[in-house]
Design a protein around this ligand. Structure first.
Ligand code: FAD
Length: 187
């Protein structure tokens, strides 16, 4: 993973083909599509504790009072994970705090001090669920291509689409335009 300082450095590379898999906020796709950023900031905490919710499930709450997108609760490695997605990063802690109060009042959550906090980004999934495969000699994979599904799963599709785009390029290694249909067929 690149540090922010490293990502800030501008340098140029020459390549016949580019596979852009930069995640939800890639500059390659942004530059090619001249598109504004459409991403959601995620904030989640990891704590020990107990709660009256089935810990074998991933629970999603769509009440706009708790998040600007969705709020979730799940358990991993014996830690209670409480997260919110927001469009405006400055709101993430206040939404998280409201969601936590809700879990306490409705599900008897007794949650210790967070041992870890994580801030990340995901693509914003909009109606229509548009996938962008890229064009010409620049193709996209994973979150950069919008392969995150509406349930927030994107790891397997990132692996599969990265593989598929590499296969599509291999099949036309001397061409100038990679046909995205080939890419679709592989997937
Ligand atoms: C809180 C949270 C929970 C999630 N839980 C799940 C889950 O349980 N299951 C699941 O399937 N998915 C989950 N996802 C989604 C999943 O993490 C992503 O869909 C997946 O990581 C996408 O992979 P990617 O390789 O496309 O992008 P990323 O994993 O975002 O990787 C992109 C990489 O490219 C680097 N990069 C960016 N720009 C440049 C550049 N210009 N040059 C070089 N490198 C660059 C970034 O630093 C980053 O390391 C979750 C996401 C979040 C935020």
């Amino acid at each position: 993973m690149l540090t922010l300082k490293e990502r800030g450095k501008v340098y140029h590379e020459k390549a016949r083909m580019v596979i852009a898999c930069e995640g939800a906020r890639g500059i390659i796709r942004k530059n090619i599509r001249k598109a504004s950023d459409n991403f959601i900031v995620t904030y989640q905490t990891f704590s020990e504790g107990i709660i009256d919710l089935d810990t074998d499930f991933f629970h999603v709450f769509l009440n706009p009072h708790f998040s600007g997108y969705d709020a979730w609760f799940n358990v991993k490695d014996n830690h209670l994970i409480i997260g919110v997605g927001v469009k405006n990063a400055s709101m993430m802690k206040s939404y998280h705090s409201k969601f936590l109060s809700f879990l306490k009042s409705h599900y008897n959550a007794q949650i210790g001090k967070p041992e870890k906090m994580e801030v990340s980004i995901i693509p914003e999934i909009r109606p229509g669920y548009t996938v962008d495969l890229g064009e010409g000699r620049v193709l996209f994979a994973g979150d950069a291509a919008n392969f995150l599904n509406p349930m927030g799963e994107g790891i397997s599709s990132a692996l599969a689409s990265g593989y598929a785009v590499a296969e599509a390029i291999k099949s036309n290694i001397h061409g100038n335009n990679i046909n995205p249909n080939i890419y679709f067929k592989v997937i």
